[in-house]
Design a binder for this molecule. Structure first.
Ligand code: ADP
Ligand code: MG
Length: 341
């Protein structure tokens, strides 16, 4: 076959394979967009485990009418514009791929109203038919993204969708993870019209503890050691406990790097090592931890889903985390406050 450029639609669907694995990945991308837009209230309404519908509403900055179509195009982002920006990422998104990918494998309606625009406008696309229709709509300040019939035009992918219950479980997991890194934001999660989770805005210590207990369980929240360490300009704060393990409670493993959830081998190794040092057991402790590091010291552009990171000085980070954990384990549990997130 001769070499040809792929049609835009097909290129988007191939890219979607990396970013949009299942309904939960759609929820992750859309909620991250809402957070990047400065939303303080986010509602996630799911129908049939996301097979049928994923609707995200926020009260963020909105998208101007003449940018709606662009927002749905590949490599269109308001978050970075230079290589220098890429090296100092402060936002959750930056690849400009999520909306293009999701809209290429679903029926997507984007409705938005920036505060300084008189009316709301709406863009609708139907998968393969990438014609974007723009029309007036009624909507308060903020954005709604309605994703229907995910993978309707990519049967091979649709086949991989699991039972509604399983897909919803993954969605719930994503929402919990995000809610633990944005205490100042209210989240409501609904399934088939029923409110399943409501995390009220948590500004005070007490409210934060309540959200922690809601998400991680009382086993965790009743036995916390608050952690707050710094080395040079790297900071680690959050909560750990060794006690929850004794009761076969569900593992609590949440690690954030600059506000983004990460599963990092290097970090997990440091946590395990500290746990071993203290208990003689080769296992992970339970933790909700936040690492703050100069964005220049890490590369988040390793994987499209951004679950991995590369540290420029991995040894220093590893040893710092290890030492901070060892210090924490020698303290007695108490429900003290960690830094505001
Ligand atoms: P990225 O997040 O990497 O920039 P996306 O495809 O997820 O790429 O989004 C494209 C652009 O659309 C964003 O850069 C942003 O300007 C806009 N956008 C998406 N979702 C929202 C939202 N909920 N509120 C405001 N703007 C949004
Ligand atoms: Mg995004």
């Amino acid at each position: 076959m001769p070499i040809k450029l792929l049609p835009a639609m097909l290129a988007n669907q191939i890219a979607a394979g990396e970013v949009v694995e299942r309904p939960a990945s759609v929820v992750k991308e859309l909620v991250e967009n809402s957070l990047d837009a400065g939303a303080t209230e986010i509602e996630i309404a799911i129908e049939k485990g996301g097979h049928k519908r994923i609707l995200i509403r926020d009260n963020g900055s909105g998208i101007a009418k003449d940018e709606l179509e662009l927002a749905l195009s590949r490599h269109a982002t308001s978050k970075i514009s230079t290589l220098d920006d890429l090296e100092h990422i402060a936002s959750l998104g930056f690849r400009g791929e999520a909306l293009a990918s999701i809209s290429s494998v679903s029926r997507l309606t984007l409705t938005s109203k920036p505060a300084d625009q008189d009316n709301a406008w709406q863009a609708h696309t139907e998968g393969r038919d990438q014609l974007v229709q723009i029309q007036p709509a009624a909507h308060p300040d903020g954005t709604s993204i309605d994703v229907e019939d995910l993978f309707f035009n990519t049967p091979a992918r649709r086949k991989f969708l699991r039972a509604e219950k399983t897909e919803f479980m993954h969605i719930e997991e994503v929402v919990k993870r995000i809610a633990l890194s944005h205490f100042g934001v209210q989240f409501v999660l609904k399934h088939n019209g029923k409110t399943i989770k409501r995390f009220a805005k948590a500004s005070t210590d007490n409210q934060q503890q309540k959200r922690l207990a809601q998400i991680c369980g009382n086993q965790f929240s009743d036995n916390l050691i608050a952690l707050n360490s710094a080395y040079q300009d790297i900071k680690l704060d959050g909560w750990v406990t060794l006690s929850a393990q004794e009761n076969n409670a569900q593992a609590v493993n949440f690690f954030y790097i600059n506000g983004r959830v990460m599963r990092d081998k290097l970090i997990f190794h440091a946590l395990k090592q500290a746990c071993f040092e203290h208990t003689g057991l080769e296992q992970l402790p339970d933790f909700v931890l936040y690492l703050h590091i100069d964005p220049e010291q890490i590369d988040v552009n390793v994987h499209p889903a951004k679950h991995e990171v590369r540290f420029h000085q991995s040894r220093i980070v590893h040893d710092f985390v290890y030492r901070a954990m060892c210090d924490a384990f020698t303290q007695t549990p108490e429900t003290t406050k960690s830094e505001q997130h």
